[in-house]
Design a protein around this ligand. Structure first.
Ligand SMILES: [Zn+2]
Length: 290
């Protein structure tokens, strides 16, 4: 049984009319990602029941429900309420990462405390440049201290400066991300999307407290990337993630699923042991999943 360390979910009240939902909340960045002004959208929407049935079909035991990187604290609060509801209904199948925006200051820290007390395994996905605060924001530092206290993780969205442009692409400087992880050695960091493959281009030492998820990688890279990445950083630092319900195989698949990204990993040049580490064991160990 596998674990997906990177999915997103929204209630119908959000996705039935994304524009009417996002505009009054000042969530223009999210809207530009899910409903790009130009080109087709890869975003699809799923109910929690559809999610669970897709998980069953592909043998996904548990999924980590990341929050979106909202521009406003009030939207973070709203996102938290959906997650608390879903987690309460399906505690055996879903684990959550809390929403966070440093601009919420003390209220953002209170939100995290509430989430961690409710058993959340971390916070993020975070994307400070898109959310309107800096990587060295004191409230973010405070949030990371709190995560250390609770023994939970932080997931950061990382883009690849060398790939094509796509809706919502924004620079996430790798050096600043590394500096943050070094400044908070007690916190487990997850750099999403294989850290934009920055480790493959950089000779910088990767701190022990960073892992990398594979979310959306089929959109960005060819399968040999998994072998190359494991050779450089070690398979014990790689976590299977999909970015479900994003369509990451837009040419072959009209609907998102878990089986196709899993099969891509299984068909890449990884040993059976490495595959088990990436699709299950690493997540269980890193997030203390039971
Ligand atoms: Zn992301």
């Amino acid at each position: 049984m596998a674990i997906d360390s990177h999915i997103h979910l929204y209630p119908p009240s959000v996705y039935l009319d994304p524009s009417s939902w996002a505009k009054p909340r000042g969530e223009a960045y999210w809207l530009s990602c899910v409903q790009p002004p130009r080109g087709r959208s890869l975003q699809t929407w799923k109910t929690v029941d559809e999610l669970l049935s897709d998980m069953d079909e592909a043998g996904i035991e548990k999924a980590i429900l990341l929050a979106w990187y909202w521009e406003n604290h009030d939207t973070c609060l709203e996102n938290l309420s959906w997650q608390l509801d879903w987690q309460q209904r399906h505690p055996d199948r879903l684990a959550c990462f809390a929403p966070f925006n440093a601009k919420g200051e003390t209220a953002a820290i209170e939100l995290l405390r509430r989430a961690f007390d409710a058993g959340f395994k971390g916070f993020g996905e975070l994307n400070p440049p898109a959310q309107g605060y800096r990587y060295d924001d004191p409230t973010l530092a405070h949030a990371l201290e709190l995560a250390a206290e609770y023994g939970v993780a932080a997931n950061f969205h990382v883009t690849d400066p060398t790939t094509h442009d796509y809706p919502g692409k924004i620079d996430t400087p790798y050096r600043e991300l590394l500096a943050l992880a070094r400044a908070h050695p007690r916190v487990q960091f997850v750099f999403a999307h294989l850290g934009g493959c920055e480790p493959l281009r950089s000779e910088e030492q990767i701190p022990d407290n960073i892992a990398f998820d594979t979310a959306a990688c089929p959109l960005l890279y060819k399968p040999p990337v998994y072998r190359e990445f494991c050779d450089k950083v070690g398979s014990q630092k790689v976590l299977f993630g999909t970015d479900y319900p994003l369509r990451v195989f837009p040419r072959d698949k009209r609907a998102p699923d878990f089986a196709t990204p899993l099969a891509e990993l299984h068909n890449s040049e990884l040993s059976a042991r490495e595959q088990t580490a990436i699709t299950a064991d690493n997540a269980k160990r890193i997030f203390a999943l039971t």
